[in-house]
Design a protein around this ligand. Structure first.
Ligand code: NI
Length: 175
């Protein structure tokens, strides 16, 4: 496994629509392993393949395993999700505003309105179909990561974006 370099918006790969994954071979397994390692190293809560300069439709998501996250999400805290060719098939009418950041845009966060709940279907890393119903923060992370697969960044839809000051480094979600 290896930590890969996370690219920033000056790299056009981040703005491309990523290709569907069609092969679950060893090279793809290596990509998934590297994405997990890169996410944990950052650390972040979500990472999409285009962020490591690979234009393929795969995301990894992991909420922190801390006390706060456990209180809110129970078993979902610390659980690793790998979704290949993910699609949002259902969204709640209810929208929620929240603050999010992005590992590809270090030092900034923004206010973004997202669906409170989404149902995502796709495949696991071996190609087996899977789906998840996500709410709250987890739903936000899935929407943010799936946007990456279409070349969309949170700054495109944020109502406000601001630079983090060193003293509030802990604020915001880094995806
Ligand atoms: Ni991001």
């Amino acid at each position: 496994m290896a930590v890969r370099k996370i690219i920033q918006p000056d790299n056009p790969i981040l703005r491309k629509k990523a290709h569907r994954v069609t092969s679950f071979d060893s090279k793809f397994q290596q990509l998934v392993d590297d994405m997990v390692e890169t996410l944990l190293d950052a650390p972040g809560v979500g990472l999409a393949a285009p962020q490591v300069a690979v234009s393929q439709r795969v995301i990894v998501v992991r909420l922190p395993d801390d006390e706060e996250s456990r209180a809110e999400y129970g078993d979902e805290a610390g659980k690793l999700y790998v979704f290949v060719n993910p699609e949002i098939i259902k969204t709640s009418k209810e929208m929620v505003e929240g603050v999010e950041g992005c590992l590809s845009i270090p030092g900034y966060v923004g206010r973004v309105t997202r669906h409170e709940q989404v149902v995502v279907k796709g495949f696991d890393r071996r190609g087996k179909p899977q789906r998840i119903k996500a709410s709250g923060w987890l739903a936000r992370v899935f929407q943010h990561e799936i946007d990456h697969l279409d070349g969309r960044l949170y700054i495109d839809i944020a109502s406000e974006v601001w630079e983090l000051k060193p003293e509030d480094e802990d604020t915001g979600v880094q995806d």
